[in-house]
Design a protein around this ligand. Sequence first.
Ligand code: FMN
Length: 364
Amino acid sequence: MTRHLLFLLIAFLCSLPGMAQSENAPALTVGTSAPLFVAPDTLGQKVALKDYRGSWIVLDFWASWCGDCRREIPGMKRLEAAYRNVSIDGKPLKWLSVSFDDNHENWRKALQKYQMPWPQISDGKPWKKNPIAAVYKLKWIPTCYIIDPEGRIVSGVITAEGLEAELSRLSGKQQLLLPAPSTERGTDIMTALRKRHSVRQYADRPLSQQDIADLLWAAGGKNREDGRLTSPTAMNRQEIILFLFTAKGCYRYLPEHHALQWICDGDNRALVASRQEALAKSPAFIVMVADTRRFGQEGQQAERMMCADAGIVSQNINVCCASTGMATVTRATMDKDGIISLLGLDSTFDPILNNAIGYPAETE
Ligand SMILES: Cc1cc2nc3c(=O)[nH]c(=O)nc-3n(C[C@H](O)[C@H](O)[C@H](O)COP(=O)(O)O)c2cc1C
């Protein structure tokens, strides 16, 4: 009887997710050299790991037939976008995915479906007989290794969540979790619409954490389990990224986590105020930046859609402010180049609109 109970206990413990994870944990030792390899990309061009020396690498192992890998792809894509222009100790961070698909067509179709915008390679050999899987001692996919610019293993993880924690640790970027949005507050929508008007002068006090949390959630927070947002976007591309500028620093809003990703310290509100210098002391700005690569299409129609998407976000902010006693103005004026450069973005990002936000000045 006692032996039976012991057996059940062991079976139960082994079935715990933590146990499964530690069994599958990446096996290469931190600090050792990442094994070098060469494999062709989708066009048959050889890609060598050693050519990545001098950069940090997220080396991702996956296959289209692997359900756990497919499940992690949205998280990986979000992280790649979030860290696309982040450097660690002055060195760029690059992504490389190695697939263990032995059926080229399946691999190609999966790449077309999942649209991972970073280099993809595969030597076409099956996972169990794959020399790259062997030298990396892979017991499980997905597995990701982070490799430093000298080619050493820094860490290994098996989920996008784990990768996020490692990247945020390495880049020194903090994520600040926001208070949950208080979705019961505010006047009714018709009252808010009746009250809505542009305000360009604010009381001289910072916004509360709760107001920042509610505003960002109203602007473009996650309001459904499937990851969709309070503001609609054309084809649900979710290409409008929200950046918060306050007297203390700049942050990127992460709807998935309802959190702020720290970008830089310091007061850069003057970049957003631009020619309207009097607005530089506005307690906060939310800047709506279109990630045009994420939108995935070019041309006049695509640009119109992105502007429409940004406009909707801005109106959500306007209505939220009118409903909750804050004051705001939608603006197209801003120093776009200065903002792009401060945020470490490139020309594929387009700041479209911003809202200056505060509490009504006593004269209002
Ligand atoms: C797309 C757009 C861009 C705007 N750009 C600016 C701007 O750069 N600076 C500003 O002070 N107001 C800007 N505004 C605010 C408008 O001037 C304001 O909405 C308009 O005068 C109507 O006033 P109301 O919002 O109180 O109804 C903008 C509004 C929109 C919709």
